[in-house]
Write a protein that binds this ligand. Sequence first.
Ligand code: KG4
Ligand code: ZN
Length: 336
Amino acid sequence: MRDVTILGIESSCDETAAAIVRNGQQVLSNLIYSQIDIHRQFGGVVPEVASRKHVETIALVVDQAFKEAALNYSDIDAVAVTNRPGLIGALLVGLSFAKAFAYALGKPLIAVNHLQGHIYSNFLEHPEIEFPAVCLVVSGGHTSLLLMTSPGDYEEIGSTRDDAAGEAFDKVARFLGLGYPGGPAVQKAAEKGQAGVITLPRVFLDRNDYEFSFSGLKTAAMNQWRKIEQGQPGTVYDMAAEFQAALVEVLVEKTISAANQYSARNILIAGGVAANQELRNLMKKRGKEIGVSVYYPSLQLCTDNAAMIAGNAYYSYQKGDFSPLDINAHASLMSW
Ligand code: KG4
Ligand code: ZN
């Protein structure tokens, strides 16, 4: 079969990214311009600042993706772009650029669901993944457990009732004064502490379903932290360790139960929180105990990137499933 080369563009939050991927597998270039240093001074992503920065950098990042892949614009077969979910202004920058680029080159446009992109990071590196697979999606804005029976087929079997896992990490990091982004900061602090010195609830762990809730855990952590500030024993490191342990344990045990119930051949973890070392280690350990292989992307593919977008678009390309030039961006997930 003829090679298919796809340009991917990602601008849903605070990373301006472009990548070129061949046949959904071979990453020819993968450029990420992170705005983290700009947003850090505000303690979180400022949507309007993110949009403006995307406007300034997107053409440069796309151009560099072609240079690093040693390709001309006309060498690509399609332009893939994230159009949902995310910050609406930020999404619109990438989508508008992608539409213009595709139109000028006379190539098809493929709109991609950002979360499907995160899941695809696993397939980019591990084409051997087998179905049925249970996939835990844990990002800054979403937490869902999915059953996948074939490539590109997603059935949601549970999700969070309130905060997303990444959001909980970010909020807890903020009140503990650990900085932004919260996930890596909590992980680093947790390494110096001990889980169990402070006790936090494993929310919904006793429920016989795949629903999650992290807002109560965050409130419990806040209440405990106030007591520590008033003299009760415990350190910020112990708090970080216990919070991480409480959150990770629930994510892992629900995923393992789902893998058992649906006789999964594989377990996948996707999204920014998949970078969490405790989550990776415990899922691997528990997967081994039940005889199911666990996959997660390498660290640079866990957080937002465009290789996962270009890779995921290969499914659509093969089906001839292209997007019209008047397709819109959406802040919410809409559907899987
Ligand atoms: O997928 P992502 O890059 O952006 C969204 O699509 O939301 O995920 C970002 C989230 C943030 O909440 C960040 O704190 C979290 O992923 N994160 C982590 C780690 N690295 C990033 N959470 C826990 N541990 C980490 N090592
Ligand atoms: Zn993401």
